[in-house]
Design a protein. Structure first.
Length: 153
């Protein structure tokens, strides 16, 4: 007889990272103001509209609630500056933007990498664990009677 399984809360190994979590669409973080932007001569410049849109969209998203400290916000200031310079004409910054945005979960792949589940992809009541076996390759048709049952009748 096999040994009884341990309670799942007592198991030593789980295949889920401790940083994993579900994004809460109702969680909102306080949006800080964009810092002032200056040119080399010290003159204040306006932010590019795409950079402002990114800033607003990010802080309205559930990922903003996952920022852990003020240091993360400073990294986000760097990202928005890169986006401003990209849309102002420096197209060589595309790969740098991609790398700088990665920890903030701005794409579905990054959220999957960070193990952040979105509620739309994690419906309530859906059982966790092993998926149901596939029905591929199973013949559908009339079921035959078990011939062994004729011996006991």
């Amino acid at each position: 007889m096999p040994a009884p399984k341990k309670d799942p809360s007592l198991r030593a190994r789980s295949n889920r990272a401790t940083t994993a979590g579900t994004l809460d669409p109702s969680a909102k973080a306080a949006k800080p103001a964009l810092p002032a932007l200056f040119d080399e001569d010290g003159n204040e410049l306006p932010w590019h509209a795409q950079a402002v849109a990114f800033w607003d969209d990010y802080w309205d998203s559930p990922m903003a609630a996952k920022l852990y400290s003020k240091v993360d916000r400073h990294r986000l200031f760097i990202v928005v500056d890169l986006i401003h310079r990209y849309w102002s004409g420096d197209k060589s910054l595309a790969s740098e933007i991609r790398l700088a945005c990665k920890p903030f979960g701005t794409t579905p792949e990054e959220r999957r990498s960070n193990e952040w589940d979105e509620p739309a992809n994690d419906p309530a009541g859906k059982p966790k664990g092993r998926p149901a076996p596939s029905q591929a390759g199973v013949r559908q048709g009339r079921k035959k009677a078990d011939p062994r049952l004729t011996l006991v009748s």
